[in-house]
Design a protein around this ligand. Sequence first.
Ligand SMILES: Cc1cc2nc3c(=O)[nH]c(=O)nc-3n(C[C@H](O)[C@H](O)[C@H](O)COP(=O)(O)OP(=O)(O)OC[C@H]3O[C@@H](n4cnc5c(N)ncnc54)[C@H](O)[C@@H]3O)c2cc1C
Length: 506
Amino acid sequence: MRRARARFPDSCEVAVLGGGLAGMATAARLQAAGVSTLVVEAHGHVGGCAGYYRRRGFSFDVGATTMVDFEPGGVGAELLDRIGMDPVPGEALPGYVGWLPDRTVTLHRDAGAWHRERLRALGDTPCHRAFWSHLDHLAEVFWDASRAGIRLPMRRPADAVRNLRVLGPRGLPLARHMNTTLGDALARHGLRGDAPLVGLLSMLVEDTVHSTVDRAPLINAALGVTIRGAGLTRAHGGMRGFWRRFVAHYRAMGGRIHTACRAERVIGRDGAFEVHTGRGVVHARQVVSALPADTTARIVPGLASRLKPYLDRDAAELGGAIAVFLGVPEDEVAGQEFTHHQLMHDYGRPLGDGNNMFVSVSAPGDTDSAPPGHRAVMISTHTGLSGWTGLSADAYEARKREIGERLVGLARRVHPSLGERALVWDVGTPRSYERFAFRPRGAVGGPHQSPGNANQNAIPHSLGVPGLWLAGDSTWPGLGTVACALGSRIVADDVLRAARRTGARR
Ligand SMILES: Cc1cc2nc3c(=O)[nH]c(=O)nc-3n(C[C@H](O)[C@H](O)[C@H](O)COP(=O)(O)OP(=O)(O)OC[C@H]3O[C@@H](n4cnc5c(N)ncnc54)[C@H](O)[C@@H]3O)c2cc1C
């Protein structure tokens, strides 16, 4: 399909800044509801931290490899339903394997199999059973509430009324856990010192809540620990496969995307905003910024002072990621039942820089991800940002090479000859996320979550400036494809309500 060349000045009802998952989901919802939208995206194509790049016939996911809760009834599926898009074909993961220093635990998607496996691998005492039952109960109630459209932080009486309804009498008493942590729950069950259990939970909450067991809010942790039960899917062709379909659908609805178009300044007022980009001005009645919050504060003066207290509070809570992208002959990843693995190597060392890493392999037969007879492999781990700043070019290259080799070496616990005959061997660092996904300092995933900055204390989707909205993983509920899909629902509903109000006034 040939696309019309972008002409400036341009106009639309709602300009969406940033074509990551949050921005694209919000734009598609609005477009499906009959509101004209235009996405302004700095990179050459959409996706952001859930994006992709291609090399030598391989398609690699730059960040997110698995879509969470995009199966029927899920938060992601609600997004696709709302915009009238068919589910994206892909591999629905039956689970994945957790490799702890002294044992493996298969994290089955099937609830019964997972219940048996966790007792087998991690201990079957009354304390373990009571702990898991508590976590399961929280997860069940809050997954249901997420799918029913719970809204946080509550800013208006209507939010509270809605939340009372979606939580219902069964869930309401659980809201008291809003200020407790996963560590508190472990301690209450006498399990805080249980190394394998704490090790596994640490890996799961670091990946989903960007936090540690002692700081992760209990409810968020319960959701994070159970994401595979909600359904993990790797699209055929990876994130590229997902975006090809999503973008085609959005455009077919009349949505427009200006790529390679960086938003530089947003001025004006409700009903008459100007988005100044590197290529020209876009006029819009409302603006959704689906950019990292610090970028929003920099380019939207109307929001800067309102965002400052949140940004100051969270300045020390940011983190980065390393990713290794391998294109390998199929036999290098043969012999494993599961395509996804999560590894920890040392209970005593902090997580990150390889000690907690995720290995994701494209599905057999997925020739959109890798040429026939080959597979795309993505390995990722968390890292601090300070170790990547201020390095000379040589020091940076050396550090990048060392971490790449270390991660592949550690992944050989799963696939012993991984990377020996790699056709592609690339390493992404915080500098890569800064350069290609425009994340300031390369910080990804929003702040490390704790009761002090999550849920009711998270950055809200509106800071009280009419016509200006915030979406994305620095706002509630945080990082991940499911979180961005949920946040986009709140923002799109609010934008539509505002559009109807101003439409009625005109
Ligand atoms: C290594 C890694 C692995 C992950 N794995 C998973 C996973 O398996 N499953 C999962 O659910 N989640 C995963 N995540 C998290 C998930 O990818 C992110 O939370 C999510 O994609 C964030 O989407 P977003 O739209 O909020 O932000 P972004 O993806 O950062 O999107 C923002 C967009 O804005 C653009 N932009 C920035 N500045 C400007 C500007 N000035 N003007 C115009 N455009 C601009 C960027 O190019 C980008 O496209 C992972 C993240 C990482 C880093």
